[in-house]
Every structure is written in structure tokens, then in C-alpha cells.
Ligand binder design. Structure first.
Ligand SMILES: Cc1ncc(COP(=O)(O)O)c(C=O)c1O
Length: 433
């Protein structure tokens, strides 16, 4: 494949990136594309190439890039000051909007990133339960803390519930404070939780794990066993919050956790995230409630007014009638179209996920948990992503995020690019024979 034209400016930026950034990147995306701007469901690179964008900034831009209402709100705030540390009106209003929208949210604490929100959610569960251990699911992603980077992507999965660190630099002792269960195996998870009920402080789960939907009854079973044992259930809704429904996955699946974490959409593309949940757990952040047992939680940019107005404006956009229906319909057309192409081509591949968040997996058979995903042909996915990019479609390495701003023209362009990627894969396999 010829490759897209790259300007001298982009090539020079790539060279500078290779000189000053480890691996020449921010660590996020495998491609060294340099993005210049975005508008609605499209982005342009520094060379001027245009893409239908399903990377969406890794998810925050569900309302579309540079939405005029979000831009106006941010531009109105900037001349009034961009950060105060003290309470500000917009952060207070955003917290109130979260309490109104998200079923489990009685109180809210802001952080700047999802990693921090997940870290504090686990810590406040420990403070509440006065126990140390947290159970997470194999393959579950909860940011980059020492606790979250346990059995997130093990190359050689071990025996449950033993945790294994995913990164160098993590003290060996941390694994001893984490328990690991398989996603979508309610019976095994429940038996690990019951066996360890005296040591467990909390259970954290992505209600929709990466791309894998929960099987019917799985989340409800987790809810029941954690309630029975008095152990806080934490939904990591950094991805699903305000995406699966205005009230997040807990509204969509009808299972209410004790705590949740939010990020991405809630800040409209700015650095803000949150822990939200039951008042009797969140009180551990409040010295007036728990005295010297208070859990300190201080962040220079927590509740930042620019991020808060961007979040509020985004939520306003998403609360208009028909927004979720439109995004889901767009995603459904793409999923169905791609599934049909894969079937037609006879490729051992399937489309996994939800209309607003899905991808192709080059694997046969059911994908219900992390171990099932290890069977996939990741080289085929890399080839697929590269052909899409050559044809003006940008996505994450393992995800397509669909926005409410994608148009019929975006869908038509994307389906043509998907067909080109399927055809290229068929041709590649034929040439290998
Ligand atoms: C489910 C989930 N939790 C936590 C995080 C971490 O959020 P952040 O990148 O803001 O630290 C992410 C990031 O993609 C995520 O997908």
C-alpha cells in the first residue's frame, strides 16, 4: 500500500518526537501520526490528511470534536481565570449534575485523571471496610496505579485468584493485596469473594470489560454477593459513564454499585475525573465526619473550572432528545456492515462490543473473558487498522469509539474503508498460501 502523503512538517515533528519522547510517542497510540485538528467526527493530521475519527481522543469526544457549545463555554471561562484550587461555581454544578444523572452518586470527589479516580475509589473502600484487599477481574483496566496494573494483561495467565504485576517498577508486595477473578464467571467470582470476605475491602469491575459485554446476570450476581458480604462494589465507568446511557452502564444494565468512577466524557476532553457513590462511604473524605481518620485527597486541578464548564456543556448536549439513539444507530450500522463483510469474506473474525464502542477481533468462537481474547490474531488487527488509516479512517489500536457527531457521509466513507481492509486481509492470506 502506497501510504498517505506526509508533509515535511509532519516528518520533522515525527523526528523531533523520536529524539525527545521515549519511543517517539506519548505512550498512547502505536501510530506516529501527528494530529493537527478535529471537527465533529473527523480529524486532520499535520500533513492535511483527513480521517473519520473513531479514536475520539480515546473516548471523551462523544459529542464530537470542537462542539460549538463546548467551545463557547470554554472560551467564556478562560478570560475569567482558569484555575482557583478553591471551590468554584462550575465544579459545584458539575458535581450536582453527576448526582442527578448517575444512580449510585450521592456525593462526588474530583480528580484530574481516571487513574487517580480508580486509585481513590479503591482507597476509600479500604477506609470504609478497614480491610486491605481488592478483587479485580483479569483483563480489567483501571488506569496505571500499582493496584490496577495487576493481571490487566498477563501474557501467561496464572491460577485464580493470584495476581500478577503487569509492569516493572511495581513492588512485589502489591500483588498480595489484590485478588483476581475471571470476567463473566459469576460462580467463581462469588466463591472467591465469599472465601475472602474477611479480608476484602472492595470489588472493582468494568461493567463492560474493554470490549466484552457482561453476560446476562453477571453484574447482578456480583451485586448480590457483594451486598451479602457487605463489600463495596465499584463500577469503573470511566469509559461507560454518559456513553452507554446518560446514567452510564449502571443505568443501561440496571445494576447499581456502591461507588463508581467517571472520566472521559464527563470532562468534555479536559483533564477531570471523579469518584462518586454512597454518602456513608464517601464520608471518609470528610474530616467533619470522620475526624483524624480522614482520607486526604488533594489535587491542584481538582474541580478545575475550565474542565467543569466543558463537562457541563457536554452533558447539556448529550441531554438533548435523540442524541443516544443517533450514536447507537450509527454504531449499529457500522457493526452490522462490518460483520456482513467478514462473513462474506469467510474470515475467522467477529465484531465484538456495543454500537458506541466495538472492534473487530480476528478470533473464532465465543469471547467472554480476557483469556478468550488471547487467541486473537493481533497481526491481522494491525494490518486491518493500517488499511483503514490508509483509507482515511482513524481508530485506536483495539477500539472504535462512535460519536453522536458522526454523519451518514462518515458512515458511508467508513464502510468503504472497512471493505477495503477486509479485501486487503483476504488478499494477504491468499498470498501467504
Ligand atoms: C476503564 C478505564 N478506567 C480507567 C482509565 C484511566 O483513565 P485516565 O487515562 O484518565 O487515567 C481508563 C482509560 O482509558 C479506562 O478505560
Amino acid at each position: 500500500m502506497a501510504g498517505l502523503p506526509r508533509s515535511d512538517k509532519e516528518l520533522s515533528l515525527v523526528a523531533t518526537a523520536r529524539r525527545v519522547l521515549p519511543g517517539g510517542s506519548f505512550g498512547n497510540l502505536s501510530s506516529d501520526i501527528v494530529i493537527a485538528r478535529g471537527q465533529a467526527g473527523r480529524v486532520w493530521d499535520v500533513s492535511g490528511n483527513e480521517y473519520v475519527d473513531f479514536l475520539l481522543g480515546s473516548g471523551p469526544m462523544f459529542a464530537g470534536h470542537a462542539h460549538p457549545d463546548v467551545v463557547a463555554a470554554v472560551l467564556a471561562q478562560i478570560p475569567l481565570g482558569v484555575t482557583f484550587f478553591a471551590n468554584n461555581e462550575h465544579g459545584i454544578r458539575l458535581a450536582a449534575a453527576i448526582v442527578d444523572a448517575v444512580p449510585c452518586a450521592e456525593k462526588v470527589r474530583f480528580t484530574s485523571t481516571g487513574t487517580e479516580a480508580d486509585t481513590y475509589a479503591m482507597r476509600v473502600a479500604r477506609a470504609y471496610r478497614k480491610r486491605d484487599k481488592i478483587l479485580k477481574f483479569e483483563g480489567g483496566f483501571h488506569g496505571m496505579s500499582e493496584y490496577s496494573l495487576q493481571s490487566m494483561a498477563p501474557k501467561r495467565p496464572g491460577n485464580f485468584p493470584q495476581a500478577a504485576p503487569d509492569s516493572p517498577g511495581i513492588p512485589r508486595s502489591v500483588a498480595g493485596d489484590m485478588l483476581i477473578a475471571p470476567f463473566n464467571d459469576a460462580d467463581l467470582a462469588a466463591s472467591i469473594i465469599r472465601e475472602n470476605r474477611d479480608d476484602l475491602a472492595g470489588v472493582i469491575v468494568e461493567p463492560f470489560q474493554r470490549l466484552i459485554p457482561p453476560q446476562p446476570g453477571f453484574l447482578r450476581a456480583l451485586r448480590e454477593v457483594t451486598a451479602e458480604c457487605g463489600i463495596p462494589l465499584i463500577f469503573d465507568e470511566i469509559v461507560t459513564g454518559f456513553r452507554f446511557a446518560f446514567g452510564g452502564a449502571q443505568e443501561y444494565y440496571g445494576v447499581i454499585p456502591d461507588l463508581c468512577t467517571l472520566g472521559k466524557i464527563v470532562a468534555g476532553g479536559f483533564p477531570l475525573a471523579a469518584v462518586a457513590g454512597r454518602a456513608d462511604i464517601m464520608r471518609h473524605f470528610d474530616r467533619s465526619e470522620v475526624g483524624d481518620d480522614v482520607l486526604p485527597q488533594i489535587g491542584t486541578l481538582s474541580g478545575n473550572p475550565v474542565a467543569s464548564v466543558a463537562g457541563l456543556a457536554t452533558l447539556q448536549v448529550l441531554s438533548q432528545p435523540g442524541v443516544y439513539e443517533r450514536a447507537f444507530a450509527t454504531g449499529r450500522t457500522l457493526m452490522d456492515g462490518l460483520s456482513g463483510m467478514l462473513r462474506q469474506a469467510g474470515l475467522p473474525a467477529q465484531v465484538v462490543g456495543m454500537p458506541v464502542l466495538f472492534d473487530v477481533m480476528f478470533v473464532d468462537g465465543e469471547v467472554a473473558n480476557y483469556r478468550d481474547t488471547l487467541r486473537q490474531d493481533s497481526d491481522a488487527l494491525r494490518r486491518f487498522n493500517a488499511t483503514l488509516r490508509e483509507n482515511g479512517v482513524l481508530k485506536g489500536d483495539t477500539k472504535l469509539y462512535v460519536s453522536a457527531a458522526h454523519t451518514e457521509a462518515d458512515v458511508a466513507h467508513t464502510l468503504a474503508a472497512m471493505q477495503a481492509a477486509v479485501d486487503a486481509e483476504v488478499a494477504f492470506r491468499r498470498a501467504q498460501r
